[in-house]
Each structure stands twice: as C-alpha cells, then as structure tokens.
Design a protein around this ligand. Sequence first.
Ligand SMILES: [Zn+2]
Ligand SMILES: [Zn+2]
Length: 355
Amino acid sequence: MRTVAVTKIGSLRDPDESTRGRIGVVEMPEQPLGPEDVRIRVAYSAICGSDPHLAEGFFGTDVPIGLGHELSGVVEAVGDGVRTGIEVGDRIAGNFLRFCGSCGPCRDGRQQFCEFIQDYNRPGMAETVTWHESQVYRLPDSVSLRHGALLEPTSVAVRIADKTRLRVGDRVAICGGGPIGQLALQVMRLHGATSLTLIEPIADRREMALAAGAEHVIDPLTEDQEARAAEITGGRGYDVVIDASGSPRAVRGLLDLAAKGGTVVYGAMYPHDFEMPLNLSDFLYLKELTLTGVFVSPYAFPRAVQLLPLLDLDALTGTDFPLDQAVEAFAAHVSGRHPKVLIRCNDIADDGPAA
Ligand SMILES: [Zn+2]
Ligand SMILES: [Zn+2]
C-alpha cells in the first residue's frame, strides 16, 4: 500500500540539499482489519502545518514516518463487531487518534492524554487506512469529500473555541492566517465574536479572512499592531486572543493585545526550546489573564461534523496533487503560496454533495 512518508529527517526548508529533510512515497503493509475496525479508501488527505515538524523529528526520528491525519474517504470494509452503524460505501472523515476509554485520563474526561493514544495512530496519506470505528464520522450529505478532508483541522478550531470560553459579543483577535487561523476565524464568527481581527503578514491570507467575515485585519510587518488593536477595541484590548501562527516572533506581542480578564489561547505547535518571557505582575496579577493551549481536539469531532456545512471551505481546498506527486505537493506547501494543499490518494467519483 503506497503511503506518503518522511524518508529523511531534516528541515524541508533547509537550503542545503544534503541536510534537507525528504518526503517520499513508500510501500507500507495494509493494517489488519480488527473486529471493530473500518477500512477506508482515502479520497483526500491534507498536508498540515505540523507535517514539516514531523520531518524535523519532533515526535521521533525512525524513518520512514507515515504522514496524514486530515482525511476523507469511503468505507470499503467493516469488521464483524462494528456497532456504530458505519457501512461499506459510507463517505467519512475522522480522528487519527483513537482514545482507549479505559486508562486513567480517558476515565477522567481528558482523553487527549490517553496513555494508549499512539496504538492506532496510522498514516492516512495513503491508499487505504484502517481505523477503529470510534475514530470514524459519517459526512453530512451536503459536504463533499474534498471539504470533508478538513474535519480534523475544523475539530482543532472547535477545540480552540472551547478553550477561549468565549461569551457572545467578546472581542476576538487571531494571530496567523494559515488553515487553523482561518478555520478558527469562521468558527469564532459563528460563535458570536465581535471586532473579529486577523493579524497576518501575507496579503492573500488577510483577503481570505475578510472574505470569510473578519471585520479587521492587521499586517504586523507594516502596522503598529498594538496601536491598531487599541483603535479597534476602544483602548480596551481583546477579550480573546488566539495564536494560530506557531511563530515565536509573532507570539511575543500578543499578551499586550489582551483586555483585562482576557484569555489567550496558544493554538499551535511551538519549537521545543522556545521560551517566552512572561511578566507575572503585569499579565497575571494586574490583568488576570488566562493563558492556555491546545494539544489535540478531544470531544470536538461531533460538533466539527455539525459545523462543516456552515463553513466556507473552497479557498482552503482548491489545490490538490495526486498521491504519486507527493513530493511536489510538499514543495507547494512549503512555498507558502497555497492556503492549503491536498493529496488525492485515490480518484473517487463523488466530489460534491452525495447524490
Ligand atoms: Zn493537522
Ligand atoms: Zn485512554
């Protein structure tokens, strides 16, 4: 079974080819179909901003490392013991993580820290993937397979929204206009955010945000973001500030944008060794800020499925490459010229609302 994988550890952006990380299409064995498993013929698998971090060895350095955790597809086999009603032919998307339900964290309502979280972590940028039925969600009829591939990043946006504990009418700023920032923006808009602002240096991404309902955009490279934020919020600051950039340079100034009593959600992956100075007196004592983060998206998928038909996903799903051009697809991703890049793992006819 052909699978897209990291075949050499290193930065995909390294200008020196001898040390640069490498992506390839490798042959991997098809996973066995257990009694509660579902085998999926993958339609689309999206490249995630975290994939280049995997190439750098963030979660391990034994290659090949199979990639792909944002996917849609069609069920081609189900185990004898499947009880959720998923059937062959269903159009689905899902959660790449299986939570065991039995360990301490799972029993305690914190499945994101499941002690067996890696057991079913199987790469989905492949011809097929076999997941436990608890990982699989049927797509609404009005959602295409192309859009359905964004269920997982949408679940991250839902999880970010959960962690903001937003009150309807709160002022919200989002830093970073990549896919998670754009999805978080749409979710926060549906959630009743006001003064909704995207902070992003790339003009196309600011335009995309305005088209999707942002009220304001700030270019942090040419504008004084603190002054603009003060202007937009009447000097009060944002009740909710979300980082979706993962950029050490970008996150430094975000605490200054938050209103007293506000919440700041760090909703990205950060370099292992990055440490941000934090003035406890200013931000936690005087301003009573709540700082929090997002690891994965527990309990968010059912609501993400509900949201998919309400989101504008065309701009994020406009670029795709076939599986055998995965190397070109990653080059396109790294170039930063596309809002998001999908890999077409199989040519599956349905690409529009289900007939
Ligand atoms: Zn992702
Ligand atoms: Zn568990």
